[in-house]
Write a protein that binds this ligand. Structure first.
Ligand code: GLN
Length: 480
């Protein structure tokens, strides 16, 4: 059952080949015997209850497309009555009192939550090694990182522990783990999916999206996740398309732009080879390819690593040991309560970013750092605006390397370099995807597609066409 894609499961449920209860129990059993550490919380009882309700809905013809389908929910989405930790000791005791909009939409659609997936603490990281609950292992090689911060979600889809998963992407956290685990991940345009109840990391960059085996599956999930929400002032009221409608459109005449900055020094040869091979595949399908330039993309890392820490230092100030979350023992006074709760509750990387952000935002430094970073951010967006006058989609690698060894990247700046190709799309607010495009040293390589604003259905169409031509997305790690 677990070898089926989400689309095939939907089909099987409709044809009553199996019940939601059966598939739910099957995936729960797989999660329980898995050694990947992909979940922080497994919600078996809740899942079986939701599956029972879904089976009733199906029996009464009161179901939607995804009714009865199980999934893994990144532990950054508030889920009413269920622990929501964001991978942090700070929220280890936090039971969310309400549902995020994404959780609410998935519940209303009748999906079944298998559990809350592991992640880097407050979504800060590229390897999942910053989780308070320990790193997730890459199912393709247990000594490797799965990528981050949505590593639990990526590993669970790759190892067929769940048919789909949710992720969030502030600087690459859907695309990069999808690439390193060999699955399909889509970060929509900023504002397409509501951020309400999604624990905030960097509010002007955070965006949620689906993580699946195929583009066709991702379209089904995005249909449920997307849409205006009056509870999120940055959510867009633009009409939600039916993301499955254009999947089969021809991509003959598609104009692909390859930014020369994405193929320069630092890109692993094995990764580059697979990406070029994938581009050839597109040419054989009638697409044309052109070299383009995104001249400001070399500033993406310094710009992002100013903007994101600034916003996180503000967002995380609410974790103060007073209202909810971790509180230190026997505080002497209020200052001691703040100081020790925050020093004991937050991990190293989170503390580092809070300090960088507080410094960059402080009087006298604001103009030199935050304001300047915002200006460069505009230049990065302008590069893409210029590019999209000539091409329909930008393609390149997601990650400069395949998954690296757990514990091998020790200094934070080297870790930040892993984000080199993903950050620009967040800074510009553009949609981006990672799709499986081959293997190097037996580890998956992801191809990145970056589209113009609101072009999710075009990206899904391009990805789907590629997946009809190739079978990288069908490959599963051996034991699975
Ligand atoms: N790796 C990036 C960071 O650590 C992006 C994380 C994300 O997208 N949440 O900030």
């Amino acid at each position: 059952m677990h070898t089926k894609t989400l689309t095939q499961l939907v089909d099987g449920l409709a044809k009553k080949e199996f019940s939601s209860t059966e598939i739910t129990q099957h995936f729960i059993n797989r999660i329980k015997s898995s050694k990947l550490n992909a979940f922080i919380t497994v919600t078996e009882d809740l899942a079986l209850e939701q599956a029972r309700v879904a089976d009733d809905r199906i029996a009464n013809n009161d179901n939607g497309v995804l009714t009865g389908v199980p999934y893994a929910h990144k532990d950054i989405f508030c889920t009413k009555g269920v622990k929501t930790s964001a991978g942090s000791k700070m929220l280890d005791n936090f039971i969310a009192p309400y549902d995020s909009t994404v959780s609410h939409k998935l519940n209303t659609a009748g999906t079944v939550m298998l559990g809350k997936s592991n992640m880097d603490e407050f979504a800060m990281g590229s390897s999942n090694e910053n989780s308070y609950y320990g790193s997730v292992k890459n199912p393709w090689n247990l000594n490797k990182i799965p990528g981050g911060s949505s590593g639990g979600s990526a590993a669970s889809v790759a190892a067929r522990l769940s048919p789909f998963a949710t992720g969030t992407d502030t600087g690459g956290s859907i695309r990069q783990p999808s690439s390193l685990c060999g699955i399909t991940g889509l970060k929509p345009t900023y504002g397409r999916v509501s951020r309400y109840g999604m624990i905030a990391y960097a509010s002007s960059l955070d965006q949620a999206g689906p993580m699946t085996q195929t583009a066709e599956d991702a379209a089904l999930v995005l249909n449920v996740m997307a849409g205006f929400d009056s509870k999120d002032s940055t959510s867009s009221d633009k009409n939600v398309e039916d993301y499955t409608a254009k999947l089969e459109d021809s991509i003959k005449g598609l104009k692909i732009g390859l930014p020369k900055e994405f193929f320069s020094e630092g890109l692993d040869d094995g990764v580059a080879e697979n990406i070029m091979h994938a581009i050839k595949e597109f040419e054989s399908m009638g697409a044309s390819v052109k070299e383009i330039s995104l001249p400001n993309s070399s500033y993406a890392i310094p710009t992002y690593y100013i903007v994101a820490p600034c916003e996180c230092s503000s967002n995380l100030s609410r974790m103060d040991g007073v209202r909810y979350g971790y509180r230190c023992e026997d505080p002497k006074d209020l200052e001691d309560l703040y100081l020790r709760s925050r020093s004991e509750g937050f991990g190293k990387e989170v503390q580092r970013r809070i300090m960088i952000g507080a410094y960059a935002l402080s009087a006298g430094y604001y103009d030199a750092y935050y304001l300047k970073a915002q200006k460069v951010r505009h230049l990065i967006s302008d590069d893409f605006k210029r590019a999209f006058k000539d091409v329909d989609v930008v393609m390149g690698p997601v990650s400069p390397t395949t998954a690296f060894d757990l514990g091998s990247v020790k200094d934070p700046v080297s870790m930040y370099l892993a984000d080199i190709y993903t950050l620009s799309a967040n800074l510009a607010g553009l949609p981006g995807m990672s799709i499986p495009a081959g293997f190097s040293n037996n580890l998956p390589v992801g191809l990145q597609l970056i589209g113009n604003y609101w072009s999710e259905s075009i990206l899904l169409n391009i990805a789907h066409k590629f997946q009809q031509q190739t079978d990288w997305h069908n490959k599963a790690p051996k034991e699975y």
